[in-house]
Design a protein around this ligand. Structure first.
Ligand code: C2E
Ligand code: CA
Ligand code: CA
Ligand code: CA
Length: 275
């Protein structure tokens, strides 16, 4: 808003263009969605290649919009982050994911995505503990996925918090590995339990020697550091066989299953992948 000479606030200045108005509207809609409970979690299985069974499910946020239908995170996570609403939304995600995972078989973990802003918020460890206590989910069954952008502001505080969560029994995964600026230094600074190789390397792993070499190097590096490896975005059998050959521990992607609603999870957990 801009103040004109008579002290009147005029909201629709030309410079407040259509894109900005749209973002503002999404932000208002998001506030309603939090209040009205219009979010839901879908779950995508992570397959353990040792036994071809589901070892974990990643919780993926969906917005059940009254007019727009099911809205994907790419359409609102950025706005939720910029407006700070991601902290309230992320708290709901943690509670809901732990609550739903509590009734899955005990060997199946749940993976939750946490935004940098949410992670660095001072209340975060308490919120995690509340979500575990309220649901009764053992901490060993919770995985937190962060991206390396969490390190951009103050690496030491982040590493301390990671150690604290780890000491509670929670596993920590480094998501979208390979897409950031200086991945290797973060691996030296903190021993992640798991690295997720970004889909961009997986897509071409069976066709392009460069992608295959990068995947091989990441797998070797992770093994040497004692970390588990998941390949994201696995869509076909050629990718799978190459990833198996490289010694990848887990795969996730449309080949085995798309993300499903919570009511479909039980059937999925009982399914094994055919060789
Ligand atoms: P991500 O954490 O890297 O999640 C993987 C994304 O890849 C998901 O998109 C998933 O549906 C998609 N995907 C899985 N397998 C395949 C495949 O084989 N092919 C292709 N093309 N895509 C595949 P989705 O659900 O739209 O989520 C997008 C991003 O939104 C996530 O990327 C994550 O960064 C963010 N996100 C999702 N849920 C949450 C949440 O609860 N909190 C926060 N902070 N971020 C979230
Ligand atoms: Ca993720
Ligand atoms: Ca990812
Ligand atoms: Ca991503």
């Amino acid at each position: 808003a801009k103040q004109d000479g008579r002290g009147v606030f005029r909201f629709f200045e030309p410079e407040l263009d259509a894109a900005a108005r749209r973002r503002r509207q999404v932000e208002l809609d998001l506030r309603d969605a939090i209040r009205l409970g219009h979010f839901e979690l879908h779950y995508q299985p992570v397959l353990d290649l040792k036994n071809n069974r589901v070892g974990a499910l990643e919780a993926l946020l969906r917005w059940r919009h009254p007019e727009r239908g099911l809205v994907l995170p790419s359409d609102f996570i950025g706005i939720a982050e910029d407006s700070g609403l991601i902290i309230a939304i992320g708290e709901w995600v943690l509670h809901e994911a732990c609550r739903e995972a509590r009734r899955w078989p005990a060997h199946v973990r749940v993976a939750v995505n946490v935004s940098p802003l949410q992670f660095r918020n001072s209340g975060f460890p308490a919120i995690v503990m509340q979500a575990l206590a309220a649901s009764g989910l053992p901490p060993e069954r919770l995985e937190i996925e962060i991206t390396e952008s969490v390190f951009l502001e103050g690496e030491e505080a982040v590493v301390a918090l990671l150690h604290r969560l780890r000491s509670m029994g929670i596993r920590i995964a480094l998501d979208d590995f390979g897409t950031g600026y200086s991945s290797l230094s973060y691996l030296r600074g903190f021993p992640f339990d798991k690295i997720k190789i970004d889909r961009s390397f997986v897509t071409d792993v069976a066709r392009d020697a460069g992608s295959a070499a990068i995947v091989r190097a990441i797998v070797h590096l992770a093994k040497a550091l004692g970390m588990d490896i998941t390949a994201e975005g696995v869509e076909d059998a050629a990718q799978l066989s190459r990833l198996r050959g490289e010694g990848c521990d887990n795969i996730q992607g449309y080949l085995f299953s798309r993300p499903v609603s919570s009511s479909e999870v039980d059937a999925l957990i009982g399914t094994r992948m055919e060789d």
